[in-house]
Design a protein around this ligand. Sequence first.
Ligand code: CUA
Length: 228
Amino acid sequence: STWANLGLQDSASPLMEQLIFFHDHALLILVMITVLVGYLMFMLFFNSYINRFLLHGQLIEMIWTILPAIILLFIAMPSLRLLYLLDEINEPSVTLKSIGHQWYWSYEYSDFNDIEFDSYMIPTNELANDGFRLLDVDNRVVLPMNSQIRILVTAADVIHSWTIPALGVKVDGTPGRLNQTNFFINRPGLFYGQCSEICGANHSFMPIVIESVPVNSFIKWISKNVNS
Ligand code: CUA
């Protein structure tokens, strides 16, 4: 996201792409309903009361009951499709475990021994000139692009939420529970996220940074960190 971006961020995963399509679809229906109802309400002001003896209108009531139900189906069906698609796990090649703390994230790469680290926000007074304030962290999550990635989210103290808009991921980390989801990053780059459960005084200061790299670079990063 850059300055004055009021819409959704550009997607970096197929699921987020689908979420954006669904958002646009729902918004289009919303605009059409608003325009129609707005037009009807406006036109009522100029209505001359010619139907003084009108007592019932069975047909019109049938139409304006069933029609909205059909319109709602056009939103409900794609919504359900997406809901189930988001929870589908497709043979993940890497599993990342992220644990929410007050107020930082810690990560474990359970597939590879001994790789675990904490990830703290960089305070404004220590920020590099090209850093993003309240968004950059000291230790980034390095993940391979073009691979199915499973994340397991939990928390150590209170409820947190591991949320990355560009990847379409938003999972609560709850103490005593382990939540699972998965995603597929389809381009390299840095993807920023923030905690999105109100978790205490420093809720705003526990960001997430994903560094999406080619698989070769990921393997290099893993082998460098396993040895140390
Ligand atoms: Cu952790 Cu809000």
